[in-house]
Design a protein around this ligand. Structure first.
Ligand code: ADP
Length: 274
């Protein structure tokens, strides 16, 4: 049986102070899928992402990336993490910031610079290689941060509210760019956001989480094909999905829907009700 890229089974996370951040979380992410974790502050989105990244561990349950535990060297090679802050080195040029993960892996200078250039091209920053972070706008810094994540050619990108600090227009532009990048690289993306509009626009699957303790309230599939463009934002489907996410977050029950091909996994909804 082929394994999913990411498998999360019955994950429970309790911090030493007694806070239960995650309780009974199950999720599978297939290769090349774009999955968002959406929900209010404190519902455990970042904790789940950090456990996937191997930056923290579950108290109980099982997590794997391509069949390996997140802290295994194979898993670490295959994933990259993008934080809300671009966290660039101010004394390094844009090119050398992007090349840094390869430098840390001992890749020769010529190759790492060539690969960094390719990634800067992918995020639309060709020509800015010699610039320093202080010369860039917030949106450009985030593009550099994404290029730096791409430079190791990860199969999985874990993104923790990467556009949360940007203005709405920049966020929407970067949403489109991220979809383009994902289409070209085929990477699997797990994307944390508290913005339900962004979650619907980007995702193939939306994992709606609720707090106290952090649980998966529902998994919504977004049946809009890729590539997507801004016209999706004006569609009825988009509006209904955003409304559905809101309803779930407000604790309104999900309607029982017949699902083609058999019953859904626990909590899953396929498509959206009228
Ligand atoms: P989100 O990303 O959805 O805002 P978090 O994963 O950051 O949520 O947090 C989930 C819950 O766990 C919250 O109640 C938060 O206060 C708590 N929490 C997060 N990190 C720690 C920690 N290191 N120690 C104790 N509690 C924590």
């Amino acid at each position: 049986m082929q394994t999913s890229t990411i498998e999360i089974e019955d994950v429970y996370k309790r911090f030493p102070d007694g806070t239960v951040a995650l309780d009974g979380v199950n999720l599978r992410v297939e290769p090349g899928e774009f999955v968002s974790l959406v929900g209010p502050s404190g519902c455990g989105k970042s904790t789940l992402l950090r456990i996937l990244a191997g930056l923290d561990t579950a108290t109980s349950g099982r997590v794997s990336l391509n069949g390996h535990p997140p802290r295994a060297p194979q898993a670490r090679q295959e994933m990259a993490f993008v934080f809300q802050e671009p966290t660039l080195m101010p004394w390094k040029s844009v090119l050398n910031n992007v090349a840094l993960p390869l430098e840390l892996r001992g890749v020769a200078a010529q190759e790492r610079q060539a690969r960094a250039r390719q990634c800067l091209d992918l995020v639309g920053l060709s020509g800015r290689e010699a610039a320093y972070p202080r010369e860039l706008s917030g949106g450009m810094k985030m593009r550099v941060s994404i290029a730096r994540a791409l430079v190791t050619r990860p199969q999985v990108m874990l993104m923790d509210e990467p556009f949360g600090a940007l203005d709405e227009m920049t966020r929407q532009r970067l949403n489109d760019e991220l979809l383009g990048i994902q289409g070209r690289t085929g990477a699997t993306v797990v994307f944390v956001t508290h913005n339900m509009f962004e979650a619907v626009y980007l995702s193939r699957k939306i994992v709606v989480m609720t707090p106290h303790p952090g649980q998966v309230a529902a998994v919504l599939e977004v049946p809009e094909p890729f590539p997507r463009d801004a016209s999706f934002r004006a569609s009825e489907l988009y509006g209904r999905l955003v409304y559905r996410v809101l309803q779930i977050l407000e604790g309104r029950p999900a309607p029982a829907l017949p699902v083609p091909g058999g019953p859904p996994a626990h909590g899953a909804e396929h498509g959206v009700p009228a």
